[in-house]
Write a protein that binds this ligand. Structure first.
Ligand code: BES
Ligand code: ZN
Length: 472
């Protein structure tokens, strides 16, 4: 996949802001390294204090920007950072969202350097969170800092919301949003937690999948049993779990839970044609992913299967003897983490109920099987022709010199649907890391060129958004 030929506008942003960005290049890079050094792993309780440190770091920078009402809001779990720069009376208000939590760094042995000792070398940041999603936090802060240095105020009003639970379902934010509608009043939401398309092609994401995450526990007895003495006379939880999992999805990639596809909005011909026209090279994608073969849903292309169709995956499976050598037991219990990726207009709760019923139905007798809901979030779709989406496209075109492609992504950002359904806001998903940045994996990276481009796109985008009609 080759990079697109780019011809940016000669002076796409205010020359004084550009000069400030040139002057602050090293400091901006250092800011990202500083934030990425804070191990804000939201799912690990031992990092609870780091979550607060990361929140305070962002709040301090917001205060430095002259933002008002800056607050690190405590929740039942990790804090939310709030603030606003409302200096453009009569102009639209943009709710800007990113997240400061990161995924766990394991497996540590596959990192070439320590995950929380990030560095910038040969034009590339490496470290946990540099792409997902701390690089984008710093791009936003740095864009506004450079505007301030040049004496410029954003042409729109900005309300900031940064959260610390995105990587496992955004529960605290979900609880906070409905109680704080007045503080979140806006004309549109801008989310920077997506990236460019394959080949580092600038992109605007118009669709995200939803998610429903559950755990299946299969129990036989409080203790392991001797497999010679008991084998053949009791059900084996690991065998039973394997049978359950096999029943969930066929070799054709179709999920077999009854009713699973009932609410799925089918892909239209126009959309399929648009996806087929994207510069997606399956073989290059396969190679980069280092898998022997790509396997999608029958009747759909790989790109459709991984971004616009629902699916189901086992995320983890354990139980029984895992050590070297052999141990002859019938495990006391076996477990699996299972998640589904959902599309419009599947309801995570309804999908969970269907999963639970189906698991109970296919579970063999002789073991106790429980299915537990862990988290859920709905899919989202934004129209390409929305004025805010078009404003983002113009900003990208000005800096990158190419029109962005409009893509769907297979990942989930649970709050997207809440901004849409609870606050009634159109959502623009504009993000700047490469798609193969090893998010959630060892050696996560972000090219400084994308960091620099993303920062300038944001400077330009604040101007472009000023022309979006309120309430559109
Ligand atoms: N940045 C990702 C979402 C994403 C993934 C966007 C791929 C575009 C492409 C986000 O931080 C993420 O990983 N979300 C989780 C959410 C889930 C745990 C509720 C995900 O998709 O697994
Ligand atoms: Zn993520």
């Amino acid at each position: 996949m080759t990079e697109p030929t780019r011809a940016p506008e000669p002076t796409p942003i205010d020359p004084a802001v550009e000069a400030a960005l040139v002057a602050s290049r090293a400091a901006r890079a250092e800011a990202l390294l500083e934030l990425a050094r804070i191990p804000s792993v939201s799912t690990e309780p031992e990092h609870a204090a780091d979550m607060v440190t990361a929140a305070e770091w962002i709040a301090a920078r917001l205060r430095g920007l002259g933002a008002t009402e800056v607050e690190v809001i405590r929740t039942d779990l990790h804090p939310i950072v709030y603030g606003r720069i409302h200096e453009a009376p009569g102009a639209p208000t943009v709710l800007l969202y990113t997240h400061f939590d990161v995924q766990p760094a394991d497996p540590l042995e596959l990192w070439e350097t320590a995950p929380f000792e990030p560095f910038l070398r040969d034009g590339r940041f490496v470290g946990r969170g540099v792409a997902d999603d701390k690089g984008q936090i710093v791009m936003h802060l740095a864009a506004l800092e450079a505007m301030r240095a040049a004496g410029k105020s954003p042409a729109v009003n900005i309300t900031f919301v940064f959260e610390g639970e995105e990587e496992f379902g955004s529960e605290s934010l979900f609880n906070w949003i409905p109680q704080n509608r007045h503080r979140l009043a806006a004309d549109l939401a801008l989310i920077s937690d997506t990236g460019y398309f394959e080949g580092n092609v600038p992109a605007i994401t118009i669709g995200l999948r939803g998610i429903m995450y559950a755990q299946i526990d299969v129990e036989l007895s409080p203790v392991d049993l001797h497999s010679g003495q008991y084998g053949g006379s009791v059900e084996n939880p690991a065998n039973a779990l394997a049978r359950i999992i096999t029943a969930l999805k066929g070799p054709d990639g179709r999920v077999r839970i009854p009713g699973f596809y009932d609410d799925v909005v089918p892909l239209g011909d126009a959309e399929r044609a648009q996806m087929a026209a994207l510069p997606f090279d399956e073989e290059a994608f396969r190679e980069e992913t280092q898998v022997p073969a790509l396997v999608g849903e029958s009747g759909y292309t790989i790109l459709e299967s991984r971004t616009a169709r629902p699916t189901l995956d086992v995320n983890g499976i354990w139980g029984g003897f895992q050590g070297d050598g052999a141990k002859t037991i019938i495990p006391a219990h076996a477990h699996a983490k299972v998640s589904t990726r959902l599309v419009a207009s599947q309801d995570p709760q309804k999908v969970f109920e269907a999963l639970r019923e189906y698991v109970a139905q296919v579970a063999p007798p002789g073991v106790k099987v429980t299915t537990t809901f862990i988290h859920g979030g709905e899919a989202s779709l934004t129209p390409i022709d929305h004025p805010a989406t078009q404003a983002a496209a113009r900003a990208i075109r000005a800096i990158e010199g190419v029109d962005p492609v409009f893509i769907r992504e297979g990942g989930s950002i649970p709050v997207t649907a809440a901004f849409d359904h609870v606050l009634g806001l159109p959502v623009v998903l504009a993000g700047f890391p490469q798609p193969n940045s090893n998010a959630h994996a060892p050696n996560e990276w972000l090219d400084e060129r994308n960091f620099e481009a993303g920062t300038r796109i944001m400077v330009r985008l604040w101007d472009e958004l000023a022309s979006v009609p309120s309430g559109s």
